[in-house]
Design a protein around this ligand. Structure first.
Ligand SMILES: *[C@@H]1O[C@H](CO)[C@@H](O)[C@H](O)[C@H]1NC(C)=O
Ligand SMILES: *[C@@H]1O[C@H](CO)[C@@H](O)[C@H](O)[C@H]1NC(C)=O
Length: 391
């Protein structure tokens, strides 16, 4: 038997939740500014969620499921999960709970409400957006803002080919975890659509250390290549008696020997810098047709707008992100950035902070940094940039 009423709350900040726990009753949860309405069908011994008819959109190209669900997303006992839960089309069309555990308590969970809104397939309108930039510039926040607030599934691309596919109206090869919820080709650019491309830059001075910690354990990234502490062009698996760094290694070094991390970063920095040095002319322009570098980044307006024959392109700077909401509202009324408080602390937070306290660049490194397209175009005329005083 069910109790007629209960109020639930979790430790999550901002969660206020009311839930009427009765057979056939609707559950209403308000989580901060998000609100979701779920129809909860209660039968003895089981709970299922039914997606409201208005949101039962299932794009044609997502009807077939091709990938099995990754283990970390397979909720225990969730038998109604059809296949790949990251593809909404692989959910049962009438279930609004998959891929998240469907229960009365889950309906009152802030992160579930958030995830449902993020992953829900919504019908595209005429406005399409591509968020296309190199990593570590808060592009996820932009994409999430588009989906949560404006119900626009912006595509989230880092590679030129992904941007080209989007512009041609094709399905994109963007990895699923990063697709920006533009899961269907419906969200690629079609004839008659209004096209926006948003890109962002971030000064190498702070971006590169951030990338270092994000990729330090990835054997596919120069910062993660073995062995450590000296320049290496590729990963070499550890020889007998050697070991790869692990989280524990990085955490220990971060507390007791941060200079080992600094040495490792400086050794690989030129390789990473070289890779991004001409990103706007070598990657962005060929893919989009937009030449950011011939225009002028407006320091006062904190963005640059240019037009291609097809699209409006907006270029932003990470360092101005607290102004992004205001800037983007001129183009997308109602746009809001997601609440930054959602971010959980990263495993490398302490080593990262210790690293930043000790980090300084050599003159030679600063010269190379200041010659990149990012710095010459977005920062050199900004008096607060260390590149402003350099030749
Ligand atoms: C949802 O759809 C499946 C078929 O895909 C059906 O078996 C099930 O009964 C439906 N559930 C509800 C609650 O309508
Ligand atoms: C710190 O790390 C460096 C480089 O790995 C190493 O040579 C040095 O011995 C370490 N120092 C201490 C105190 O562990």
């Amino acid at each position: 038997m069910f109790a007629p009423d209960f109020a639930c709350s979790t430790v999550r900040l901002f969660l206020v939740c009311w839930f009427r726990h009765q057979v056939g009753q609707a559950a209403k949860c308000t989580t901060g500014d998000d609100a979701v309405m779920l129809q909860i069908q209660m039968n003895e011994g089981e709970t299922s969620c039914i997606r409201e008819p208005a949101s039962r959109h299932l794009p044609d190209d997502l009807r077939g499921c091709t990938h099995p669900a990754p283990d970390f997303l397979k909720p225990g006992g969730q038998t109604r999960l059809v296949s790949n839960p990251l593809q909404p089309g692989c959910w049962e069309a009438n279930s609004s709970c998959a891929p998240f555990t469907c229960s009365a308590a889950a309906a009152c969970d802030a992160s579930m409400a958030h995830n449902l809104k993020l992953w829900e397939p919504v019908q595209p309108g005429k406005l399409k957006a591509l968020v296309f930039q190199y990593g570590k510039v808060a592009s996820s926040a932009l994409v999430t803002g588009f989906k949560l607030e404006l119900r626009i599934a912006a595509a989230h691309a880092h590679q030129g080919e992904e941007a080209r596919q989007w512009l041609r109206g094709q399905p994109t090869a963007i990895p699923v975890e990063q697709q920006g919820f533009a899961l269907s080709k419906e969200w690629s650019l079609m004839p008659g659509d209004t096209c926006f491309i948003i890109t962002a830059a971030r000064s190498h001075i702070n971006r590169d250390p951030s990338e270092y910690f994000e990729t330090v354990l990835s054997t596919k990234h120069p910062y993660g290549y073995h062995p450590r502490g000296r320049r290496r062009e590729h990963d070499t698996p550890p020889a007998a008696g050697e070991e790869r760094w692990t989280r524990e290694t990085v955490q220990q070094l971060g507390e007791s020997n941060v200079s080992a991390l600094l040495e490792d970063f400086h050794a690989q920095h030129p390789i990473v810098l070289e890779y991004y040095a001409k990103w706007f002319s070598k990657v962005f322009k060929p893919a989009t047709g937009a030449d950011i570098l011939t225009g002028h980044f407006d320091l006062e307006k904190r963005h640059q707008r240019i037009s291609t024959s097809r699209c409006t392109v907006l270029a932003l700077r990470y360092e101005d992100s607290r102004h992004w909401e205001k800037i983007l509202n001129e183009y997308f009324p109602g746009f809001r950035l997601p609440n930054a408080n959602r971010g959980t602390q990263k495993w490398y937070e302490i080593p990262y902070q210790n690293f930043l306290k000790k980090l300084s660049y050599t003159q030679d490194e600063l010269d190379k940094i200041c010659q990149t397209e990012t710095e010459t175009h977005f920062y050199k005329s900004d008096p607060s940039s260390p590149c402003a005083q350099r030749a």
